[in-house]
Design a binder for this molecule. Sequence first.
Ligand code: ADP
Ligand code: MG
Length: 247
Amino acid sequence: MALIEVTNLKKSFDELEVLKRITFSIDKNDVIAVIGPSGSGKSTMLRSLIHLEEINGGSICVDGDYLVQDGQYPKQQEIKAITAKMGMVFQHFNLFPHLTVQQNLEMAPSLVKNESADDIARRCQDLLKKIGLADKANAFPANLSGGQKQRVAIARALMMNPQILLFDEPTSALDPELTGEVLTVMKDLAEEHMTMIVVTHEMGFAREVANKVLFMDGGQIIEANHPEEFFNNPQHERTKAFLKKNL
Ligand code: ADP
Ligand code: MG
C-alpha cells in the first residue's frame, strides 16, 4: 500500500483552477522531487497534503486514512490525527522569533503532553547535535544564519516524529553558499530512509537524492519518472523546455 495516495485532486482559488485532477502516489522511503515553473501549483499541492489548503475535489489518503475523500473532509480531530503524520519545512523557515532554538524544537511536542520534559529535552539535544547546532540551543533565530535557521526548522519538524517530511523550496531563500549545509542534512535524512517530498529548484539534489521526479506545469503533473530517465530522456516538450532553461 502506498503511504500517500492522491487521486484526482482539484483546487481552485475563486475562478482560478490551480490544480487540475492531480493523481500520484508515494511509497514509504520515497524521496520525491517536485519541480516546475513558478505558479504551476507546487506549493498548493504540498499545502493540500497537510491541510493548509482545502481542496475542492478528489482524495488524499495517508497511511490508509482519508484526509479527504471525494472532496469530503472528516471531523477536525481526524484531520489532525492524519496531518500529525507529516512535518513541513517552509522556504522562509517560519521559526518562532521570540523563542530560542531549543524552545522552538520543544514547543510542539510539549503541547502534545505524552512525553516527559526530560525526554523532550534529550531528543532536542540529540537532534541539534545531528544537524551540527548543539551549541545554538539558547540562541534566538535572529542570531542564526539562513542555513542554520533552516536546519533548525528541519529539526523542529523531526521533533514530532513524522512519517513524511514535506519541503517547500527549503533552500530558495538562502544565499548560494548556505544551500549546501541544508541539502546535506536533507541528504542524510534520505539515507536514513525518511520519506520526503521536496519542492525544489536544486536539480543536482533532484538528480542525486530523489528516487522519483514529478514535473508540474499549469496545475498538472506533466511527467513523472526516475531521475536518470527524467533528466536524460525527458518525454514531454514542456519538460524539455523547462530543463533547457534550468539545467
Ligand atoms: P508554485 O508553488 O508552483 O509557484 P503556487 O501553488 O504557489 O505555485 O501557485 C499556483 C497558482 O495559484 C498561482 O497562480 C498563484 O498565484 C495561485 N495562488 C496560490 N495561492 C493562492 C491564494 N491563497 N489565493 C489566490 N491564488 C493563489
Ligand atoms: Mg511555491
